[in-house]
Write a protein that binds this ligand. Structure first.
Ligand code: ADP
Length: 647
């Protein structure tokens, strides 16, 4: 018994009733009659009929209108193309029949309609509708199945990619890749082979459904094997049923896929699935899936290798930092601790506590260290000395590194400091003892021409002896000065008007500048605070700096001395446009006897001038630094504390 619903919408309600009673009702169809287009549409919507028998239903008294019926039918078919419509017009014309077919009606009967003919047409239409719906259902099912399969594949891929990002355990990731390859392709076996660079063979790194012994011992050469072919050509190899092959030297397969694993343009292995059974070919979709899985495996291997490399580097670095005798501290750009090694912990006595992320000032109490690192403006490496509580002295180098922060390395130079002290004592004593005989030599040399006539050659020799003795005396005076300043014998200080000191130095050195046709310029503010200091030493400090500028700047050069008052500081700058100081020499030019590598050997000097300047600056609680670049000139900057008094 069929349950199809039929809507009858005919102007002749008598015919409709007759049909229902005699033909369609008894055949088991469920009949609904409607009389006007609006009810018809509403019924179609609510009842979802299988068939409509449509006539030209007219509002009472109006003319028959086939066009209206065609339009209604067309609207209904647009909504449900599987709907069966049998059209019965009031008047037949060939043109109308053609239009009905073009609209998509399933049948066309013209009056007078015989009952038998109509029943036949209804059966045909309903059968056609059933066929259509059946076909659609099957198609939908088929597509759903294939979509579900694809979805399964995608889900599996997603799982694998999640496993890769979540796990650094290469074994489990590769095993998951091979499992997925086997499951998604329905293969019998799967394996992931990697290239052993040393032997040029492929070995099994992960496998599914292979004997364990086989996995452990199995190796194939790259040459003349299918796996090797995929590896060398860097293209997938697919084997189908027609060409069963003995692969891997030991077993027969009927179908197979091998996809190369590519890492940074290099093939490092292959992922393969196969069937030993006949009748199980692989499809293009299988190949796509295995290729996607091979990409995942390659990423996992690359990740694991990169991780192993960085782990190795990290652990090496950690061992070095732990074992090294030098103390090392690394701060981030906000001066928070990133790293401290055991030597640095020991030096500053801060124990084993975790300080990472803490502010520098919260961790260290050493004033030398805090002061040195307070030079936040520095962009290039700088150094200083730090004295620890137990008296040890650390030579400290701070290197600003962009995006890292500040790297501070410290070496214990206590023994060098001690040696330096012993050497200074020795030099002082010797210098002192040398002064008297030198004065005597000079005195007697001056007496030569008083005690008898000397010839021109003897005069020249006497001049040379005098010049040499004066050079030695100058050196000895420098050494003694340095010794005195370092020992702090110049403790007597007074309020010194710097402009007076500066004018004195400029005027006394101007003749030397003029000799070399150099421009010597001065820039002083109207008001300058006094400086609490030793006027002799302050003169010596400026004289050495301006003297150097004149000495090292070539003929016709330019020298500029400026003073500035900033807050509670006085800033002095001595600039020259001379040859500059190579960066590699700059850290050492304030050391005793150090002379930069770019000066001419015949340039007079002892290498003590800047050491004296630095000692004087430090004795006045000031700071000095140099900014210089070869061929771009040199600027020495001195910052001294201003006294409260104004000049
Ligand atoms: P020196 O007696 O050699 O001048 P200093 O201690 O005064 O010794 O200076 C140390 C070194 O610094 C010099 O030998 C020179 O190489 C370099 N130097 C100092 N001042 C200048 C400058 N104005 N221009 C270039 N180099 C300089």
């Amino acid at each position: 018994m069929s349950n199809e619903k039929i809507l009858i919408c005919l102007p002749d309600t008598g015919l409709a009733q007759l049909l229902e009673r005699t033909a369609l009702g008894p055949a088991g169809y469920h009949i609904v009659q409607v009389t006007d287009p609006a009810t018809l549409k509403a019924q179609v919507h609510s009842e979802s009929p299988d068939l409509i028998i449509l006539g030209e239903n007219l509002p009472a008294g109006s003319e028959a209108s086939p066009a209206q019926a065609l339009e209604i039918g067309s609207t209904l078919l647009k909504r449900d193309p599987s709907l069966a419509i049998i059209f019965i017009p009031s008047n037949h014309s060939e043109e109308l029949a053609l239009q009905a077919l073009r609209t998509g009606f399933m049948d066309y009967l013209h009056p007078p309609v015989r009952t038998g003919e109509l029943v036949q047409a209804v059966r045909r239409a309903i059968q056609r509708r059933r066929d259509l719906l059946g076909w659609t259902r099957r198609e939908v099912q088929r597509n759903t199945r294939s979509l579900a399969k694809k979805l399964d594949g995608l889900e599996e891929l997603q799982k694998i990619s999640h496993a890769i990002s979540a796990s650094l355990d290469l074994d489990s990731v590769l095993k998951a890749v091979v499992d997925a390859a086997v499951e998604l392709t329905g293969a019998e076996e799967g394996s992931l082979l990697l290239l052993d660079e040393a032997s040029g063979e492929l070995y099994v790194r992960a496998a599914r459904n292979f004997q364990e012994d086989f996995v452990r011992t199995f190796r194939v050469p790259v040459q003349d094997t299918l796996a090797g072919k995929a590896l060398n050509s860097r293209k997938p190899v697919i084997l189908d049923e027609k060409t069963p092959q003995k692969i891997m030297t030991s077993y027969l397969v009927h179908s197979l896929i091998y996809v190369p694993l590519i890492v940074q343009e290099r093939a490092i292995g292959v992922l393969g699935v196969d069937h030993r059974q006949i009748g199980q070919p692989f499809s293009g979709t299988h190949l796509t899936l295995v290729a996607a899985l091979a990409d995942h495996a390659a990423i996992a291997i690359e990740n694991a290798r990169a991780f192993a490399r960085s782990e190795l580097a990290r652990s090496k670095l950690e061992t070095i930092l732990k074992r090294i005798k030098d103390a090392i501290i690394i701060l981030d750009p906000d001066r928070r601790l990133v790293l401290i090694n055991p030597s640095a912990r020991e030096a500053f006595g801060i124990g084993d506590q975790e300080y990472t992320g803490r502010q520098l000032e919260d961790i260290f109490q050493n004033n030398d260290l805090l002061e040195l690192l307070s030079d936040a403006h520095q962009t290039s490496p700088y150094r200083g000395e730090i004295t620890l509580e137990d008296g040890r002295v650390l030579n400290t180098q701070a290197t600003p590194i962009s995006e890292v922060g500040l790297v501070i390395t410290m070496q214990d130079i206590t023994h060098l400091k001690e040696l330096d002290r012993i050497k200074s004592d020795f030099v002082n004593t010797v210098s002192h003892d040398l002064r008297s005989p030198l004065t005597a030599i000079l005195g007697y040399v001056e007496l030569f021409d008083r005690v008898g006539p000397v010839n021109a050659q003897q005069k020249e020799f006497i001049r040379r002896v005098e010049a040499s003795v004066q050079n030695i005396t100058a050196l000895i005076n420098d050494l003694l000065d340095l010794g005195r300043i370092e020992a702090g014998f110049d403790s007597r200080k007074e309020f010194v008007p710097l402009p007076a000191v500066i004018h004195f130095i400029i005027e006394s050195l101007r003749p030397r500048a003029l000799e070399k046709s150099q421009r010597l310029e001065l820039e002083l503010p109207a008001q300058m605070p006094l400086v609490l200091g030793n006027p002799v030493r302050l003169k010596q400090m400026l004289s050495n700096l301006v003297g150097n500028a004149i000495k090292y700047t070539p003929v016709g050069g330019y020298i500029h001395l400026s003073a500035q008052h900033q807050g509670d500081q006085v800033i002095l700058r001595v600039y020259d446009n001379g040859p500059g100081i190579p960066p590699s020499d700059q850290p050492y030019i304030f050391d005793k006897f150090y002379r930069a590598s770019n000066i001419l050997p015949e340039t007079p000097g002892t290498g003590l001038g800047l050491a004296i300047v630095k000692s004087i600056v430090e004795n006045h609680m000031g700071r000095i630094w140099v900014d210089s670049a070869p061929e771009r000139g040199t600027t020495f900057t001195i910052v001294l504390p201003a006294a409260d008094h104004e000049f």
